[in-house]
Design a protein around this ligand. Structure first.
Ligand SMILES: Nc1ncnc2c1ncn2[C@@H]1O[C@H](COP(=O)(O)OP(=O)(O)OP(=O)(O)O)[C@@H](O)[C@H]1O
Length: 604
């Protein structure tokens, strides 16, 4: 056996020739963004000549500044032409050759130890132009500077060699000609280019023409002053973004320039169904160039339900996800958006309570979700979140406290808020509570169990109890014992009689309730039910989820019907009373329901 061992240290050498395969493979998984990069460069060049003209540094005619994209299927070329400031031969050498190559080297140096992360460099290293090589085997630049210098042509085939010659271009501006590589010929299709331009360039600030048509709207409304816009403008823009959608409820125009730059419009959509919420409806732009509609991390999670656009040059766009999460600007933007949304809601609430209440069934979900997931938002929203009572009226937390304080405090001075998760099914319980002078809240949405949990954490000495969780006397325990007319022996025999009739799955308890309660009350323990609900939604110990739901039958020892069962030991009557309790919970079905009907008909 050969036992020779090796130990050697060294440097892996990096050659600039290696850079193109890296760009081609790793820069972006989406090759289509080459067009975004090249058209953005054309926009930049055009903006620059406009600025030079306005500063008086360029005295010539600006002329028609439309950027033209064209495709020649025969010659297999795509051309992007602008009337921007152009480049001299020296500038090509400086901007295209040197900087990019050193930038590329720097990139390799920086990332050689970490592996290359997708999309990590464009923008940071000025490599946008080189994304052309993701689809082209050869790239030509033909350009004439606004300065008095001869036109130049640059050609490169993706190796580190290039050629510069003089050209006969007479008009100011730049043509970028891509000789499309065999594996990228899909980009020679008209519709493909059109789709890409529509996606990334719809709101570019300089007109872009393709196939004889201008594809963009150069002054989208988010770039305008809110004072110059009407509701119609906002609704029309919403329609362009999301054709065939229902009208949004309202919108917020974002506009900050310090400490970061951000403009945009966020719409509150009308939600038909909590389950149909479509996320990723917010589009992210950087200086009017579409970047992505995956705005996670930039927009607080609970506001992902909003629609609209955000435009900010301060969001690092081409960096990785993990970087984005840690970015200080992104955090600030997050906080800013949350604050703006809260302010807008507060303003609506204050200025138009009726209108706000009308919209509450739609916006309540955002607000509650926000309160549950974001403490800063909670602090603002606690003043304008509304609770709806069973009589359909809306109350703020403070108002509801005032309303219930006198009647719904228990013996420990804790406020108990009764609620229903299904006003239809739990109607019997609601009616009993109302007769007693208590109020019942409607908390019927999917978010409400979480909302209730949050409220109980935040509100002092306040608990929520579902109206059918126990008898009223026990839900709001005032410490007043209702005297029972039955002796202990009588209670025991009633208990065993009902146990025999009810069967397994029910626990039976004989209690002196007030005579306005039902003779038999079916309850589901609040704690057990919540645990069960939670584990169904995931996130809670499976232990509770795997336990079968048990029901309690409370036999009202003070009800005349129960006294009759006691005297007659009539198990049919007992069965009838249990079935009535089940019926009031919507739990009677199948053969049991048929039997109940038969039995009832017989007595009638
Ligand atoms: N169409 C053009 N007209 C004039 N100059 C251009 C044009 N395209 C590129 N340039 C010059 O080449 C430089 C390098 O372009 P490149 O796209 O690689 O990087 P960038 O635009 O500086 O940054 P990014 O990576 O964000 O695009 C530009 O800064 C610009 O000076």
């Amino acid at each position: 056996m050969d036992t020779t061992t090796f130990h050697e240290k060294g440097n892996i050498s990096i050659h600039t020739e290696n850079i193109f395969p890296i760009i081609k493979k790793f820069l972006y998984s989406d090759h289509e963004i080459f067009l975004r990069e090249l058209v953005s460069n054309a926009v930049d060049a055009t903006q620059k000549i406009k600025r030079l003209a306005s500063l008086g540094e360029y005295g010539g005619e600006l002329g028609d500044l439309t950027i033209k994209v064209s495709v020649d299927k025969e010659a297999k070329t795509i051309t992007i032409s602008d009337k921007g400031l152009g480049m001299t031969a020296d500038e090509i050498k400086k901007y295209i050759n040197q900087i990019a190559f050193s930038g590329a080297l720097e990139f390799v140096e920086k990332y050689k130890d970490q592996g290359v992360e997708r999309g990590a460099i464009i923008g940071q290293f000025g490599l946008g132009f080189y994304s052309a090589f993701m689809v082209a085997s050869q790239v030509e630049i033909v350009t004439k500077s606004y300065q008095d210098a001869p036109a130049a042509r640059w050609i490169c085939d993706g190796s580190t060699e290039f050629e510069i010659t003089s050209a006969d271009k007479t008009e100011r501006g730049t043509d970028i000609i891509l000789h499309v590589a065999p594996d990228s010929e899909e980009f020679l299709e008209q519709y493909r280019l059109n789709t890409i331009l529509e996606k990334y360039g719809k709101f570019l600030p300089i007109p872009v023409e393709f196939d004889g048509k201008v594809i963009n709207e150069t002054e989208p409304i988010w770039t305008k002053n809110p004072n110059d816009l009407t509701d119609e403008d906002y609704l029309k823009f919403y329609e362009t973004l999301y054709p065939f959608s229902e009208k949004p409820l309202f919108w917020i125009h974002l506009n900050v320039d310090y400490p970061f730059n951000l403009t945009g419009i966020l719409y509150f959509p009308k939600i038909k169904n909590e389950l149909q919420l479509s996320r990723e409806k917010i589009q992210l732009y950087s200086r009017q160039v579409f970047i992505t509609d995956e705005v996670k991390d930039v927009v607080p999670d609970f506001l992902m339900l909003l629609h609209g656009v955000i435009d900010s040059p301060d969001i690092p766009l081409n960096v990785s996800r993990s970087f984005l999460q840690a970015d200080a600007n992104v955090k600030k933007i997050n906080g800013y958006i949350t604050r703006k949304v809260a302010d807008k809601l507060n303003e609506l609430f204050k200025n138009d309570r009726t209108g706000y209440e009308e919209k509450f069934s739609d916006i309540g979900l955002f607000i509650k979700y926000g309160m549950v997931s974001d403490d800063k938002f909670y602090d603002k929203a606690k003043d304008f979140v509304l609770l709806q009572s069973a009589d359909e009226k809306y109350y703020t937390l403070e108002e509801y406290k005032t309303k219930t304080e006198a009647t719904q405090k228990d013996k420990d001075d804790s406020l108990v808020w009764l609620y229903t998760t299904d006003a239809g099914k739990q109607d019997a319980y609601i009616q009993t509570a109302l007769t007693r002078g208590y109020d019942v809240l409607k908390l019927e949405g999917a978010i409400d169990p979480h909302f209730i949990g949050k409220m109980e954490q935040k509100l002092e000495k306040t608990s929520f109890k579902r109206v059918d969780a126990d008898s009223l006397d026990r839900l709001i325990d005032k410490g007043v014992t209702v005297e029972s007319v039955l002796s202990e022996d009588e209670k025991t025999s009633l208990k065993s009689l009902f146990e025999g009739v009810a069967g397994a799955g029910y626990s039976v308890d004989v209690q002196p309730l007030s005579s306005d309660e039902l003779p038999v009350v079916l309850t589901q323990n609040e704690f057990m039910r919540r645990m069960n609900d939670m584990s169904k939604m995931g996130g809670q110990p499976a232990f509770f989820g795997s336990m079968p739901m048990t029901y309690n039958l409370i036999i009202n020892a003070n009800h005349p019907a129960i006294l009759r069962v006691k005297d007659s030991a009539d198990s049919n009557l007992a069965k009838q009373l249990i079935d009535l309790a089940l019926l009031s919970q919507g739990l009677l079905s199948g053969p049991s329901l048929t039997e109940f009907i038969k039995r009832t008909v017989a007595t009638v």
